[in-house]
Design a protein around this ligand. Sequence first.
Ligand SMILES: [Zn+2]
Length: 407
Amino acid sequence: MSAEWASEATGRLLAAIDALPRERLAFSRADVAARVVVADHMQGSGMEAMIDDAFNVVGRLEGMDPTLRPLVVASHTDTVPDPGRLDGALGVFAGIECARALAAIDRRLRHPLLVIDFSDEEGSTTYGCWGSRAVAGALTPGEKAALAEPESALRVTLVAGGGHLAELGRVIRPLEAPVMGRIEPAAYLELHIEQGPVLERVAVATAAVTAIVGIERYEVRLGGVSGHAGTVPMADRDDAVLRAAVLVETFWKYVLGLGSQAVTNFGRVNVEPGSYNVIPSAVSLGVEVRSPEPELVDQMRARLSELAAGAGGQLEVIGHEDPLPLSAEIIKATRESADAEGIACRELPSWAGHDAGVFAPRTPTGMIFVPSIDGVSHSPAEATRQTDIALGLRLLLATLRRLDERL
Ligand SMILES: [Zn+2]
């Protein structure tokens, strides 16, 4: 499609986003009201739309071959508190604009197209990516049990969300777990803002996302000897905070030296007994590492464990999520589409989680990033140049059509 189409469609999608309630915490009245608007917007764009039992809005445009599995273009319209304008909503409305363009020119795809606005991606109420995990069949046993338990916080929240929907004259059956786990796309695509500074820094308008990073979390415990903060001479002290400080600095510099594919964060520090007048007897550090490369996660864990042991302490792994490589075939299709359209595109990992991560282990999955000005996200200052959004939208539609021909 032409640059004129993309610029006009971008204006339309931004106006549609700005007409939604600004803050949309999952299953709140504002979130549910926005879902109804999204469903109506899909209908008005030539799709059949419904809100499913997981509060996902699902728009469908028939393809020429109804026996093919659908292509899915999706993201989310729920937000964090005091959010930006584009996180999630951009991908949903970009999908709607692609469907509108295909319906209007009557150049339908071979595959049916589903445009989906997933519920609670941000994890305001659930563990996050609720709607995408529900339809991909990836709810946890604990969540399934909570759905069946009338008093559970999850069920109470979903029933309240159903109430908001009923007030707006729409009825769903929010707890019908048996109908979940039913979408098996031929491919999944998501357009999203980068939420980091890389694309803006290199002045490139789009990226084909290579992987969603793996995350590991640790608790490191280091000991010391408590004593009077005044009377014990400095040279005689065994201060747990000093051990921790040396470990933090050493590990931080180690990760910096690994290059651009690894990060770490010491987000929690707990000092015992935690008093001005007592030398610290213990420190526990809450540490996170992220990388798109499993070997780098392994290396960081080994180095941190070695440093903890060297400081007389211990490391415990308290959380692990594997890196999720995205489809090489879709990355290739995205880059070829960018070349054909004359759009600058590079490859980047995603350092944040997305609904795409739910589908990545199950189905060929791809993502396209557009730049975030100053790398800001989850903030009202979140912004992307309108011209960059238009390029991302054009690339999304071009990639979709290329995949439709190939799959
Ligand atoms: Zn998002």
